[in-house]
Write a protein that binds this ligand. Structure first.
Ligand code: AMP
Ligand code: MG
Length: 389
């Protein structure tokens, strides 16, 4: 049995980010940027007004009110070609280029129109309501960094940078295979001693939530033939649930060995989830999860999610946060515990029922309380590490 830390290090060793692909900007939400991106334009491209008003020489407004002669108009995309001299002004709108000669904008609220010009009722300093070129960014500025997740703000920024396409990491292609003679697809009629398989849908959803293209291959029977026929290949990652334990019908290890898998490890000192198998079929990593639903999903949080991050070029998961225990706990044995718990504020109270088959408990938990191997008895109020779910 190896520790969780060793197992994670071995799972992640040799996992490199997938190659980039070029995707149209509006389709990049949630994707991981694969290269630094520089602005293709400056924003704003030239000196523009931040108000509807009048472009003037600030010096002319030193003693207001003052009447200035209008010599033209500057609208967004229709700049005024001339130059503003002393005693002159140009009608201007938000976002329009400020004509040469002018060095300030007077808001239209502070101006009264008069025959042939404008009566300026406000003294303004040079630079008032002037946005200099490149105020936001300049051509060549590297504003988006490889490894960031593209959200609506970054997609908007990329658009402003005049980038219509972005290089993003290819999504990891994950195949999930459930095993077990007793399992049926949810909704199928159930015979005696048959249950709906829950790991497949849950694992697909978890993988998708972490950027994967995930596919449930279906349910294999506990026979060498059935399993061998369904494993397939060509995925970035194969996840198999169930059949990895030591029972007579746990044939996953044998079938994978026959298929040529080199096994890296098989048992991890954790609870739930000791029978965790990892190996490689050719270059394809294979993660064999325990069948018990809570064991399968906690193992997936601890191992599958970091694998998907590594394949996507994302940094490793953040460290667990600290909370206060909501009740006393006995000393721990040699396995690292992940106790399903309610988390209210910073108080984590582990549920009394910790059976790895109790999926309803896991579904209602807010966090997993981590109990290291051989942790001494702990009391309510003690600090503990938690992983929020
Ligand atoms: P196994 O690891 O195959 O020995 O399975 C351990 C326990 O988990 C058994 O009670 C199985 O019925 C159950 N189990 C295995 N796979 C699933 C699944 N996909 N959904 C729900 N329960 C499962
Ligand atoms: Mg089974």
């Amino acid at each position: 049995m190896i520790s969780v830390e060793t197992a994670l290090a071995r799972v992640l060793a040799g996992l490199a980010p997938l190659p980039p692909e070029t995707v149209a900007l509006p389709q990049t939400a949630g994707r991981v940027l694969a290269a630094d991106i520089a602005a293709g334009v400056s924003h704003p491209p030239l000196r523009v007004s931040s108000m509807d008003g009048w472009a003037v020489q600030a010096a002319d407004t030193a003693s207001s009110p003052v009447v200035l002669a209008q010599i033209g108009e500057s609208a967004a995309a229709r700049p005024f070609g001339g130059s503003v001299g002393p005693g002159q002004c140009v009608r201007i709108f938000t976002g329009a280029a400020i004509p040469s000669g002018a060095d300030a904008i007077v808001r239209q609220e502070d101006v009264e129109r008069v025959e042939g010009g404008a009566r300026i009722g406000q003294t303004v300093a040079a630079g008032t309501f002037v946005r200099p070129p490149g105020l936001d960014f300049a051509t060549g500025d590297r504003l988006l960094t490889a490894g960031c997740i593209l959200d609506y703000r970054r997609i908007g920024l990329a658009a402003a940078m005049n980038r219509a396409w972005l290089p993003v990491r290819r999504r990891p292609r994950v195949a999930v295979l459930s095993t077990g003679d007793e399992l049926r697809m949810p909704g199928e009629p159930l015979g005696t001693a048959q249950i709906p398989g829950s790991n497949g849908p849950a694992l697909v959803a978890l993988a998708q939530a972490h950027g994967a293209e995930a596919l449930h291959l279906g349910i294999a029977a506990d026979t060498v033939e059935s399993l061998a026929a369904m494993i397939g290949g060509g995925h970035d990652l194969l996840v198999i649930s169930g059949g990895a334990s030591v029972g007579d019908h746990d044939v996953v290890g044998d079938v994978l060995a026959q298929a040529g898998m080199t096994r890296d490890f098989w048992k991890v000192a954790m609870r739930p989830g000791k029978p965790l198998m990892f190996g490689r079929l050719g270059t394809m990593p294979v993660l064999g999860l325990p069948g018990n639903p809570v064991s399968a999903l906690v193992s997936a949080v601890l191992f599958l999610v970091p694998m998907l991050k590594a394949l996507s070029g994302l940094p490793a998961a953040p460290l667990p946060r600290t909370a206060r225990l909501g009740r006393d706990l006995p000393a721990n044995d040699e396995r690292q515990d992940y106790l399903r718990a309610a988390l209210v504020g910073d108080v984590a109270t582990p549920f009394v029922k910790q059976d790895s088959a109790v999926l309803s408990g896991f579904a209602s938990a807010d966090a997993l309380v981590i109990r290291p191997p051989f942790a001494p008895a702990a009391e309510a109020g003690d600090a503990v590490d938690v992983i929020t779910l």
